[in-house]
Design a protein around this ligand. Sequence first.
Ligand code: HEM
Ligand code: NAG
Ligand code: NAG
Length: 497
Amino acid sequence: MWILLILIAILCVLIATIIKSGRENYGIIESGNIPVVPPSLFLGSETKLHKEVQHLEDVKRFKKYGGIWGTYLGKSPQVHIADPDLIRLIFVKDFQYFSNRQDIDFGTPVMNEILDYLPGEKWKTVRSLLSPLFTTSKLKNMSDVIASSAQEFIQDLKSEAEKNNGRVKIDCRNRLTAWLIDMFSQTVLGVRMENSKNPNNEFVEAFREMMGENTQFNLLYTLSLTFPFFTRFAPMFNHEPTKLIESAFKQVMENRKKSGSTNSKDFVDLLNSLMEKVDTPEFQNLSITEGTILSQAVNFFLGGYETSGTTLSHLLLELATHPEVQDNLKSELDKMLDRFDGKICHESISDTEMPYALCVLKESLRLAPPLLRPERICTQDWRHPESGVSIKKGTIVMIAAWAANRNPKYWPNPDKFWPERWESAENLNPYAFTTFGHGPRNCIGTRFAYESLKLFLCNLVKEFRVEVRPDTQLNYKMGSTLLVAFDPLYVDLVLRN
Ligand code: HEM
Ligand SMILES: *[C@@H]1O[C@H](CO)[C@@H](O)[C@H](O)[C@H]1NC(C)=O
Ligand SMILES: *[C@@H]1O[C@H](CO)[C@@H](O)[C@H](O)[C@H]1NC(C)=O
Protein backbone atom coordinates (compact mmCIF):
# COMPACT_ATOMS: atom_id res chain seq x y z
CA MET A 1 0.00 0.00 0.00
CA TRP A 2 2.70 2.50 1.03
CA ILE A 3 4.83 1.44 -1.84
CA LEU A 4 2.02 2.15 -4.27
CA LEU A 5 1.46 5.60 -2.79
CA ILE A 6 5.15 6.39 -3.00
CA LEU A 7 5.24 5.22 -6.64
CA ILE A 8 2.24 7.42 -7.46
CA ALA A 9 3.88 10.36 -5.71
CA ILE A 10 7.11 9.84 -7.66
CA LEU A 11 5.14 9.62 -10.90
CA CYS A 12 3.31 12.87 -10.10
CA VAL A 13 6.58 14.64 -9.35
CA LEU A 14 8.04 13.31 -12.57
CA ILE A 15 5.10 14.49 -14.66
CA ALA A 16 5.10 17.87 -12.94
CA THR A 17 8.83 18.21 -13.62
CA ILE A 18 8.41 17.38 -17.31
CA ILE A 19 5.56 19.87 -17.66
CA LYS A 20 7.42 22.53 -15.75
CA SER A 21 10.53 22.04 -17.85
CA GLY A 22 8.53 22.26 -21.09
CA ARG A 23 6.92 25.51 -19.93
CA GLU A 24 9.98 27.18 -18.49
CA ASN A 25 10.21 29.92 -21.12
CA TYR A 26 6.51 30.65 -21.50
CA GLY A 27 5.75 34.33 -21.06
CA ILE A 28 9.15 35.60 -22.19
CA ILE A 29 7.93 36.74 -25.63
CA GLU A 30 4.63 38.13 -24.35
CA SER A 31 6.48 40.32 -21.88
CA GLY A 32 7.97 42.19 -24.85
CA ASN A 33 4.55 43.23 -26.21
CA ILE A 34 4.62 40.67 -29.00
CA PRO A 35 1.56 38.56 -29.87
CA VAL A 36 2.22 34.84 -29.50
CA VAL A 37 0.83 31.77 -31.26
CA PRO A 38 -0.86 30.18 -28.22
CA PRO A 39 1.38 27.48 -26.73
CA SER A 40 0.11 24.06 -25.67
CA LEU A 41 0.36 22.67 -22.14
CA PHE A 42 4.07 21.92 -22.39
CA LEU A 43 5.12 21.29 -26.01
CA GLY A 44 5.23 24.89 -27.20
CA SER A 45 3.24 26.51 -30.02
CA GLU A 46 4.25 24.11 -32.75
CA THR A 47 2.76 20.75 -31.81
CA LYS A 48 1.54 20.33 -35.41
CA LEU A 49 4.89 21.29 -36.91
CA HIS A 50 5.23 18.01 -38.81
CA LYS A 51 1.69 18.33 -40.21
CA GLU A 52 2.02 21.85 -41.60
CA VAL A 53 4.00 23.49 -44.38
CA GLN A 54 5.93 26.00 -42.34
CA HIS A 55 6.41 28.78 -44.89
CA LEU A 56 2.69 28.74 -45.71
CA GLU A 57 1.96 28.94 -41.97
CA ASP A 58 4.14 32.05 -41.85
CA VAL A 59 2.01 33.70 -44.55
CA LYS A 60 -1.17 32.89 -42.60
CA ARG A 61 0.30 34.16 -39.36
CA PHE A 62 1.37 37.41 -40.98
CA LYS A 63 -2.25 37.96 -42.05
CA LYS A 64 -3.43 37.19 -38.54
CA TYR A 65 -0.85 38.97 -36.36
CA GLY A 66 0.80 41.59 -38.59
CA GLY A 67 4.52 42.29 -38.95
CA ILE A 68 5.72 40.62 -35.74
CA TRP A 69 4.65 37.54 -33.79
CA GLY A 70 6.17 34.96 -31.50
CA THR A 71 6.15 31.19 -31.14
CA TYR A 72 7.63 28.68 -28.76
CA LEU A 73 9.36 26.08 -30.91
CA GLY A 74 9.40 23.43 -28.25
CA LYS A 75 10.95 25.42 -25.45
CA SER A 76 12.73 27.89 -27.61
CA PRO A 77 11.26 31.41 -27.81
CA GLN A 78 11.25 32.66 -31.39
CA VAL A 79 10.19 36.00 -32.76
CA HIS A 80 9.14 36.19 -36.42
CA ILE A 81 9.30 39.48 -38.28
CA ALA A 82 7.94 40.45 -41.68
CA ASP A 83 7.92 44.23 -41.39
CA PRO A 84 10.67 46.05 -43.35
CA ASP A 85 11.32 48.62 -40.61
CA LEU A 86 11.82 45.93 -37.98
CA ILE A 87 14.02 43.96 -40.39
CA ARG A 88 16.24 47.01 -40.89
CA LEU A 89 16.45 47.67 -37.17
CA ILE A 90 17.29 44.13 -36.14
CA PHE A 91 19.40 42.91 -39.08
CA VAL A 92 21.27 46.16 -39.79
CA LYS A 93 21.00 49.04 -37.36
CA ASP A 94 21.18 47.12 -34.10
CA PHE A 95 23.30 44.29 -35.48
CA GLN A 96 25.42 44.34 -32.31
CA TYR A 97 22.46 42.94 -30.39
CA PHE A 98 21.80 40.28 -33.01
CA SER A 99 25.15 39.32 -34.49
CA ASN A 100 24.98 35.53 -34.15
CA ARG A 101 22.82 32.70 -35.37
CA GLN A 102 21.64 30.04 -32.97
CA ASP A 103 24.15 27.49 -31.79
CA ILE A 104 23.09 24.30 -33.53
CA ASP A 105 24.79 20.94 -33.13
CA PHE A 106 24.36 19.32 -36.54
CA GLY A 107 26.00 16.17 -35.25
CA THR A 108 28.82 16.39 -37.79
CA PRO A 109 32.08 18.33 -37.39
CA VAL A 110 32.02 19.63 -40.97
CA MET A 111 28.59 21.15 -40.56
CA ASN A 112 29.38 22.57 -37.15
CA GLU A 113 32.14 24.76 -38.54
CA ILE A 114 30.32 26.34 -41.48
CA LEU A 115 30.34 30.11 -41.70
CA ASP A 116 26.57 30.38 -41.30
CA TYR A 117 26.75 29.27 -37.69
CA LEU A 118 30.15 30.50 -36.51
CA PRO A 119 29.90 32.88 -33.56
CA GLY A 120 31.14 36.42 -32.98
CA GLU A 121 34.79 37.18 -33.68
CA LYS A 122 35.41 33.86 -35.37
CA TRP A 123 32.60 34.54 -37.84
CA LYS A 124 33.83 38.07 -38.48
CA THR A 125 37.37 36.91 -39.17
CA VAL A 126 36.42 33.99 -41.40
CA ARG A 127 33.87 36.08 -43.32
CA SER A 128 36.41 38.77 -44.09
CA LEU A 129 39.05 36.19 -45.07
CA LEU A 130 36.58 34.70 -47.55
CA SER A 131 35.43 37.99 -49.01
CA PRO A 132 38.10 38.08 -51.79
CA LEU A 133 36.31 35.05 -53.26
CA PHE A 134 33.20 37.13 -53.89
CA THR A 135 34.49 40.32 -55.47
CA THR A 136 33.37 41.55 -58.90
CA SER A 137 36.70 40.74 -60.51
CA LYS A 138 36.77 37.24 -59.08
CA LEU A 139 33.23 36.59 -60.26
CA LYS A 140 34.12 37.90 -63.68
CA ASN A 141 37.03 35.45 -63.84
CA MET A 142 34.81 32.56 -62.77
CA SER A 143 31.92 33.41 -65.01
CA ASP A 144 33.38 31.53 -68.01
CA VAL A 145 33.38 28.35 -65.99
CA ILE A 146 29.77 28.80 -64.87
CA ALA A 147 28.77 29.69 -68.44
CA SER A 148 30.33 26.65 -70.04
CA SER A 149 28.90 24.40 -67.34
CA ALA A 150 25.39 25.79 -67.91
CA GLN A 151 25.77 25.49 -71.66
CA GLU A 152 26.95 21.92 -71.43
CA PHE A 153 24.03 20.99 -69.18
CA ILE A 154 21.52 22.46 -71.63
CA GLN A 155 23.27 20.74 -74.55
CA ASP A 156 23.00 17.40 -72.73
CA LEU A 157 19.28 17.97 -72.23
CA LYS A 158 19.05 18.92 -75.89
CA SER A 159 20.57 15.63 -77.05
CA GLU A 160 18.19 13.79 -74.74
CA ALA A 161 15.25 15.66 -76.25
CA GLU A 162 16.44 15.02 -79.80
CA LYS A 163 16.26 11.29 -79.15
CA ASN A 164 12.75 11.70 -77.81
CA ASN A 165 10.68 13.71 -80.35
CA GLY A 166 12.08 17.01 -79.15
CA ARG A 167 10.81 16.72 -75.62
CA VAL A 168 12.34 15.77 -72.28
CA LYS A 169 10.60 15.28 -68.98
CA ILE A 170 12.60 16.39 -65.96
CA ASP A 171 12.29 16.07 -62.21
CA CYS A 172 13.38 19.66 -61.62
CA ARG A 173 15.14 19.37 -58.31
CA ASN A 174 16.86 16.10 -59.11
CA ARG A 175 18.33 17.26 -62.42
CA LEU A 176 19.11 20.81 -61.36
CA THR A 177 20.86 19.96 -58.10
CA ALA A 178 22.99 17.37 -59.90
CA TRP A 179 24.05 20.02 -62.41
CA LEU A 180 24.63 22.58 -59.67
CA ILE A 181 26.85 20.23 -57.68
CA ASP A 182 28.87 19.62 -60.84
CA MET A 183 29.04 23.38 -61.44
CA PHE A 184 30.18 24.02 -57.85
CA SER A 185 32.83 21.29 -58.18
CA GLN A 186 34.25 23.21 -61.13
CA THR A 187 33.96 26.68 -59.64
CA VAL A 188 34.84 26.03 -56.01
CA LEU A 189 37.31 23.17 -56.43
CA GLY A 190 38.34 23.45 -60.07
CA VAL A 191 37.65 19.75 -60.75
CA ARG A 192 34.87 17.45 -61.94
CA MET A 193 33.73 14.60 -59.79
CA GLU A 194 33.50 11.11 -61.24
CA ASN A 195 30.34 10.39 -63.24
CA SER A 196 29.37 14.03 -63.09
CA LYS A 197 26.72 13.54 -65.77
CA ASN A 198 24.81 10.94 -63.83
CA PRO A 199 22.23 12.86 -61.77
CA ASN A 200 22.50 10.24 -59.05
CA ASN A 201 26.26 9.86 -58.86
CA GLU A 202 27.91 8.96 -55.59
CA PHE A 203 28.96 12.49 -54.76
CA VAL A 204 25.55 13.99 -55.44
CA GLU A 205 23.93 11.26 -53.36
CA ALA A 206 26.33 12.01 -50.51
CA PHE A 207 25.21 15.65 -50.50
CA ARG A 208 21.56 14.65 -50.62
CA GLU A 209 22.02 12.31 -47.71
CA MET A 210 24.07 14.79 -45.73
CA MET A 211 21.35 17.40 -46.11
CA GLY A 212 18.75 14.86 -45.09
CA GLU A 213 16.81 15.41 -48.30
CA ASN A 214 14.61 12.42 -47.56
CA THR A 215 14.09 13.31 -43.93
CA GLN A 216 10.49 12.93 -42.87
CA PHE A 217 9.50 15.31 -40.12
CA ASN A 218 7.46 13.14 -37.78
CA LEU A 219 6.12 13.33 -34.25
CA LEU A 220 9.51 12.35 -32.81
CA TYR A 221 11.04 15.35 -34.53
CA THR A 222 8.41 17.66 -33.09
CA LEU A 223 8.99 16.17 -29.61
CA SER A 224 12.73 16.63 -29.96
CA LEU A 225 12.18 20.37 -30.05
CA THR A 226 11.11 20.33 -26.42
CA PHE A 227 13.14 17.32 -25.35
CA PRO A 228 16.45 17.18 -27.26
CA PHE A 229 16.78 13.59 -26.02
CA PHE A 230 14.57 12.57 -28.98
CA THR A 231 16.98 14.05 -31.52
CA ARG A 232 18.91 10.79 -31.63
CA PHE A 233 15.82 9.07 -33.03
CA ALA A 234 15.04 11.83 -35.52
CA PRO A 235 18.36 13.30 -36.72
CA MET A 236 18.13 16.05 -39.30
CA PHE A 237 21.56 15.72 -40.88
CA ASN A 238 23.60 12.61 -41.53
CA HIS A 239 27.19 12.20 -40.50
CA GLU A 240 28.21 9.20 -42.62
CA PRO A 241 28.20 10.83 -46.09
CA THR A 242 30.24 13.79 -44.87
CA LYS A 243 33.30 11.53 -44.73
CA LEU A 244 33.29 11.00 -48.48
CA ILE A 245 32.81 14.70 -49.08
CA GLU A 246 35.51 15.71 -46.63
CA SER A 247 38.10 13.32 -47.98
CA ALA A 248 37.35 14.24 -51.59
CA PHE A 249 37.70 17.96 -50.85
CA LYS A 250 40.90 17.43 -48.88
CA GLN A 251 42.39 15.42 -51.71
CA VAL A 252 41.65 18.11 -54.27
CA MET A 253 43.20 20.83 -52.14
CA GLU A 254 46.31 18.80 -51.35
CA ASN A 255 46.79 17.87 -54.99
CA ARG A 256 46.71 21.53 -55.95
CA LYS A 257 49.31 22.35 -53.34
CA LYS A 258 51.61 19.53 -54.44
CA SER A 259 51.29 20.48 -58.11
CA GLY A 260 52.43 24.03 -57.36
CA SER A 261 50.00 25.35 -59.99
CA THR A 262 47.39 28.09 -59.56
CA ASN A 263 43.94 28.74 -60.98
CA SER A 264 42.27 32.12 -60.68
CA LYS A 265 38.91 30.60 -61.70
CA ASP A 266 38.25 28.61 -58.54
CA PHE A 267 38.50 28.97 -54.74
CA VAL A 268 41.25 26.44 -54.00
CA ASP A 269 44.31 28.71 -53.90
CA LEU A 270 42.82 31.11 -51.37
CA LEU A 271 41.58 28.25 -49.19
CA ASN A 272 45.04 26.64 -49.33
CA SER A 273 46.66 29.92 -48.30
CA LEU A 274 44.35 30.00 -45.27
CA MET A 275 45.36 26.42 -44.45
CA GLU A 276 48.93 27.65 -44.12
CA LYS A 277 47.91 30.07 -41.37
CA VAL A 278 46.40 27.57 -38.94
CA ASP A 279 49.52 27.65 -36.78
CA THR A 280 49.55 31.43 -36.41
CA PRO A 281 48.49 32.87 -33.05
CA GLU A 282 45.61 34.74 -34.71
CA PHE A 283 44.05 31.54 -36.03
CA GLN A 284 44.85 29.53 -32.91
CA ASN A 285 43.26 32.19 -30.76
CA LEU A 286 39.99 31.81 -32.63
CA SER A 287 40.41 28.04 -33.05
CA ILE A 288 40.37 28.32 -36.81
CA THR A 289 41.66 24.90 -37.82
CA GLU A 290 42.12 23.00 -41.07
CA GLY A 291 38.68 21.60 -40.39
CA THR A 292 37.21 25.10 -40.23
CA ILE A 293 38.66 25.96 -43.62
CA LEU A 294 37.59 22.71 -45.21
CA SER A 295 34.10 23.38 -43.88
CA GLN A 296 33.93 26.63 -45.82
CA ALA A 297 34.54 24.80 -49.08
CA VAL A 298 31.71 22.43 -48.19
CA ASN A 299 29.66 25.44 -47.11
CA PHE A 300 29.78 26.99 -50.59
CA PHE A 301 28.19 23.84 -51.98
CA LEU A 302 25.60 23.68 -49.22
CA GLY A 303 24.81 27.39 -49.33
CA GLY A 304 24.59 27.35 -53.08
CA TYR A 305 23.18 24.19 -54.59
CA GLU A 306 20.03 23.62 -52.54
CA THR A 307 18.98 27.26 -52.68
CA SER A 308 19.73 27.64 -56.39
CA GLY A 309 18.00 24.32 -57.15
CA THR A 310 14.87 25.41 -55.33
CA THR A 311 14.91 28.79 -57.07
CA LEU A 312 15.29 27.25 -60.51
CA SER A 313 12.58 24.65 -59.84
CA HIS A 314 10.12 27.41 -59.00
CA LEU A 315 11.31 29.43 -61.95
CA LEU A 316 10.69 26.53 -64.35
CA LEU A 317 7.18 26.13 -62.98
CA GLU A 318 6.46 29.86 -63.35
CA LEU A 319 7.76 29.79 -66.92
CA ALA A 320 5.66 26.75 -67.74
CA THR A 321 2.52 28.45 -66.46
CA HIS A 322 3.36 31.86 -68.02
CA PRO A 323 4.14 31.26 -71.71
CA GLU A 324 3.95 35.02 -72.38
CA VAL A 325 6.91 35.54 -70.02
CA GLN A 326 8.87 32.97 -72.01
CA ASP A 327 8.06 34.84 -75.22
CA ASN A 328 9.26 38.13 -73.75
CA LEU A 329 12.45 36.49 -72.52
CA LYS A 330 13.09 34.90 -75.89
CA SER A 331 12.76 38.17 -77.74
CA GLU A 332 15.04 39.99 -75.28
CA LEU A 333 17.53 37.14 -75.66
CA ASP A 334 17.42 37.13 -79.46
CA LYS A 335 18.21 40.83 -79.60
CA MET A 336 21.06 40.39 -77.14
CA LEU A 337 22.48 37.43 -79.10
CA ASP A 338 22.50 39.58 -82.24
CA ARG A 339 24.55 42.22 -80.47
CA PHE A 340 26.97 39.69 -78.95
CA ASP A 341 27.56 37.28 -81.83
CA GLY A 342 25.48 34.60 -80.16
CA LYS A 343 27.58 34.61 -77.00
CA ILE A 344 26.04 34.04 -73.57
CA CYS A 345 28.65 35.32 -71.12
CA HIS A 346 29.31 37.70 -68.22
CA GLU A 347 29.10 40.82 -70.41
CA SER A 348 26.05 39.80 -72.41
CA ILE A 349 23.89 38.77 -69.45
CA SER A 350 24.48 42.00 -67.49
CA ASP A 351 21.52 43.84 -66.02
CA THR A 352 21.69 46.49 -68.73
CA GLU A 353 21.72 43.93 -71.56
CA MET A 354 19.06 41.63 -70.11
CA PRO A 355 16.87 43.73 -67.80
CA TYR A 356 13.76 41.62 -68.27
CA ALA A 357 15.58 38.37 -67.43
CA LEU A 358 16.65 39.98 -64.15
CA CYS A 359 13.03 40.95 -63.39
CA VAL A 360 11.90 37.38 -64.05
CA LEU A 361 14.53 36.01 -61.71
CA LYS A 362 13.82 38.48 -58.96
CA GLU A 363 10.11 37.82 -59.15
CA SER A 364 10.76 34.11 -58.83
CA LEU A 365 13.11 34.70 -55.89
CA ARG A 366 10.53 36.97 -54.26
CA LEU A 367 7.74 34.43 -54.43
CA ALA A 368 9.77 31.45 -53.26
CA PRO A 369 12.67 32.27 -50.96
CA PRO A 370 14.49 28.92 -50.52
CA LEU A 371 15.66 29.75 -46.98
CA LEU A 372 12.43 30.17 -45.04
CA ARG A 373 13.66 32.11 -42.07
CA PRO A 374 16.97 33.98 -42.06
CA GLU A 375 17.75 34.15 -38.36
CA ARG A 376 19.73 35.86 -35.63
CA ILE A 377 19.94 35.17 -31.93
CA CYS A 378 19.51 38.05 -29.52
CA THR A 379 22.71 38.31 -27.43
CA GLN A 380 21.70 41.33 -25.31
CA ASP A 381 18.23 42.45 -24.20
CA TRP A 382 16.85 44.80 -26.88
CA ARG A 383 14.20 47.49 -26.63
CA HIS A 384 12.55 49.60 -29.28
CA PRO A 385 10.86 52.52 -27.52
CA GLU A 386 8.84 53.77 -30.53
CA SER A 387 6.88 50.54 -30.90
CA GLY A 388 7.18 49.35 -27.29
CA VAL A 389 8.56 46.05 -28.53
CA SER A 390 11.35 44.39 -26.59
CA ILE A 391 13.23 41.14 -27.12
CA LYS A 392 15.02 39.17 -24.41
CA LYS A 393 18.53 37.77 -24.65
CA GLY A 394 18.45 34.20 -25.93
CA THR A 395 15.43 34.72 -28.17
CA ILE A 396 15.81 33.71 -31.80
CA VAL A 397 14.62 36.32 -34.29
CA MET A 398 13.71 35.20 -37.77
CA ILE A 399 12.59 36.94 -40.92
CA ALA A 400 9.46 35.19 -42.13
CA ALA A 401 10.73 35.48 -45.69
CA TRP A 402 7.65 34.11 -47.43
CA ALA A 403 5.42 36.54 -45.56
CA ALA A 404 7.73 39.56 -45.82
CA ASN A 405 8.06 39.07 -49.58
CA ARG A 406 4.28 39.05 -49.92
CA ASN A 407 3.53 42.14 -47.86
CA PRO A 408 0.66 43.75 -49.84
CA LYS A 409 1.76 47.21 -48.76
CA TYR A 410 4.88 46.83 -50.91
CA TRP A 411 3.76 44.16 -53.35
CA PRO A 412 0.34 44.84 -54.84
CA ASN A 413 -1.42 41.60 -55.74
CA PRO A 414 1.36 39.80 -53.87
CA ASP A 415 0.76 36.22 -54.99
CA LYS A 416 0.81 37.08 -58.67
CA PHE A 417 3.93 36.21 -60.68
CA TRP A 418 4.43 39.53 -62.38
CA PRO A 419 8.05 40.29 -63.44
CA GLU A 420 7.11 43.77 -64.72
CA ARG A 421 6.63 44.95 -61.15
CA TRP A 422 10.44 45.08 -60.87
CA GLU A 423 10.78 47.52 -63.76
CA SER A 424 9.84 50.38 -61.48
CA ALA A 425 11.66 49.05 -58.45
CA GLU A 426 13.88 52.10 -57.76
CA ASN A 427 11.56 53.39 -55.06
CA LEU A 428 11.01 49.99 -53.55
CA ASN A 429 11.80 49.51 -49.87
CA PRO A 430 14.92 47.28 -49.99
CA TYR A 431 13.88 45.52 -46.78
CA ALA A 432 10.64 44.31 -48.38
CA PHE A 433 12.70 41.74 -50.34
CA THR A 434 14.36 39.29 -47.96
CA THR A 435 15.42 36.30 -50.05
CA PHE A 436 19.15 36.84 -49.40
CA GLY A 437 18.76 38.10 -45.83
CA HIS A 438 20.07 41.50 -44.74
CA GLY A 439 22.93 43.29 -43.02
CA PRO A 440 26.55 42.27 -42.37
CA ARG A 441 25.56 38.61 -42.17
CA ASN A 442 23.57 38.45 -45.38
CA CYS A 443 24.24 35.94 -48.14
CA ILE A 444 27.86 36.20 -49.19
CA GLY A 445 27.06 34.46 -52.49
CA THR A 446 24.26 36.72 -53.76
CA ARG A 447 26.05 37.91 -56.88
CA PHE A 448 27.44 34.47 -57.58
CA ALA A 449 23.86 33.20 -57.37
CA TYR A 450 22.50 35.80 -59.81
CA GLU A 451 25.33 35.13 -62.23
CA SER A 452 24.71 31.40 -62.35
CA LEU A 453 20.91 31.70 -62.39
CA LYS A 454 21.06 34.14 -65.31
CA LEU A 455 23.52 32.02 -67.25
CA PHE A 456 21.28 29.01 -66.81
CA LEU A 457 18.13 30.91 -67.75
CA CYS A 458 19.60 32.37 -70.96
CA ASN A 459 20.95 29.02 -72.11
CA LEU A 460 17.63 27.37 -71.34
CA VAL A 461 15.44 29.91 -73.13
CA LYS A 462 17.70 29.82 -76.16
CA GLU A 463 17.01 26.12 -76.75
CA PHE A 464 13.80 25.20 -74.95
CA ARG A 465 10.26 26.11 -74.09
CA VAL A 466 9.03 24.90 -70.70
CA GLU A 467 5.62 23.22 -70.56
CA VAL A 468 3.40 21.84 -67.83
CA ARG A 469 2.65 18.13 -67.87
CA PRO A 470 -0.45 16.28 -66.68
CA ASP A 471 1.56 15.26 -63.60
CA THR A 472 3.05 18.69 -62.91
CA GLN A 473 2.36 19.48 -59.30
CA LEU A 474 4.17 21.37 -56.58
CA ASN A 475 3.67 19.64 -53.23
CA TYR A 476 5.53 21.15 -50.32
CA LYS A 477 6.78 18.87 -47.58
CA MET A 478 5.54 19.50 -44.11
CA GLY A 479 7.66 20.33 -41.09
CA SER A 480 10.78 21.77 -42.71
CA THR A 481 11.83 24.95 -40.90
CA LEU A 482 15.11 25.61 -42.67
CA LEU A 483 14.78 25.09 -46.41
CA VAL A 484 11.82 24.78 -48.75
CA ALA A 485 11.30 21.08 -49.40
CA PHE A 486 9.00 19.57 -52.01
CA ASP A 487 8.08 16.31 -53.72
CA PRO A 488 9.36 15.68 -57.25
CA LEU A 489 8.20 18.47 -59.54
CA TYR A 490 7.98 17.46 -63.22
CA VAL A 491 7.94 19.71 -66.25
CA ASP A 492 8.58 19.12 -69.95
CA LEU A 493 11.37 20.89 -71.79
CA VAL A 494 10.42 21.19 -75.46
CA LEU A 495 12.98 22.02 -78.13
CA ARG A 496 12.32 25.23 -80.04
CA ASN A 497 11.72 24.75 -83.79
C1 HEM B 1 19.42 31.42 -54.93
C2 HEM B 1 20.52 31.26 -54.26
C3 HEM B 1 20.76 31.64 -52.82
C4 HEM B 1 19.89 32.06 -51.85
C5 HEM B 1 18.39 32.30 -52.00
C6 HEM B 1 20.65 32.27 -50.65
C7 HEM B 1 20.11 32.73 -49.44
C8 HEM B 1 20.83 32.96 -48.30
C9 HEM B 1 20.29 33.51 -47.08
C10 HEM B 1 18.84 33.92 -46.87
C11 HEM B 1 21.29 33.55 -46.17
C12 HEM B 1 21.17 34.06 -44.73
C13 HEM B 1 21.28 35.56 -44.75
C14 HEM B 1 20.92 36.23 -43.46
O1 HEM B 1 20.76 35.56 -42.44
O2 HEM B 1 20.79 37.48 -43.46
C15 HEM B 1 22.48 33.05 -46.81
C16 HEM B 1 23.72 32.94 -46.21
C17 HEM B 1 24.83 32.44 -46.82
N1 HEM B 1 24.94 32.06 -48.15
FE1 HEM B 1 23.49 32.13 -49.55
N2 HEM B 1 21.95 31.95 -50.88
C18 HEM B 1 22.07 31.57 -52.20
C19 HEM B 1 23.23 31.20 -52.86
C20 HEM B 1 24.46 31.13 -52.27
C21 HEM B 1 25.69 30.79 -52.96
C22 HEM B 1 25.79 30.52 -54.46
C23 HEM B 1 26.68 30.77 -52.02
C24 HEM B 1 28.17 30.48 -52.18
C25 HEM B 1 28.80 30.31 -53.28
C26 HEM B 1 26.08 31.11 -50.75
C27 HEM B 1 26.76 31.17 -49.55
C28 HEM B 1 26.23 31.62 -48.36
C29 HEM B 1 26.97 31.70 -47.11
C30 HEM B 1 28.43 31.30 -46.92
C31 HEM B 1 26.11 32.23 -46.15
C32 HEM B 1 26.42 32.52 -44.67
C33 HEM B 1 26.85 33.95 -44.52
C34 HEM B 1 27.23 34.35 -43.11
O3 HEM B 1 26.71 33.80 -42.14
O4 HEM B 1 28.09 35.26 -42.98
N3 HEM B 1 24.73 31.33 -50.94
N4 HEM B 1 22.19 32.69 -48.12
C1 NAG C 1 41.47 37.28 -62.86
O1 NAG C 1 42.24 36.77 -63.93
C2 NAG C 1 43.37 37.56 -64.28
C3 NAG C 1 44.01 36.97 -65.55
O2 NAG C 1 44.17 35.60 -65.42
C4 NAG C 1 44.32 37.62 -63.10
O3 NAG C 1 45.45 38.42 -63.41
C5 NAG C 1 43.59 38.21 -61.91
O4 NAG C 1 44.42 38.19 -60.76
C6 NAG C 1 42.32 37.41 -61.61
N1 NAG C 1 41.56 38.05 -60.57
C7 NAG C 1 41.18 37.41 -59.45
C8 NAG C 1 40.46 38.21 -58.43
O5 NAG C 1 41.40 36.23 -59.26
C1 NAG D 1 44.70 36.33 -28.49
O1 NAG D 1 43.67 36.59 -27.54
C2 NAG D 1 44.06 37.37 -26.42
C3 NAG D 1 42.90 37.51 -25.49
O2 NAG D 1 41.86 36.68 -25.80
C4 NAG D 1 44.59 38.71 -26.89
O3 NAG D 1 45.04 39.47 -25.79
C5 NAG D 1 45.69 38.52 -27.90
O4 NAG D 1 46.10 39.78 -28.41
C6 NAG D 1 45.26 37.63 -29.03
N1 NAG D 1 46.37 37.38 -29.92
C7 NAG D 1 46.29 37.54 -31.24
C8 NAG D 1 47.51 37.23 -32.00
O5 NAG D 1 45.28 37.90 -31.82
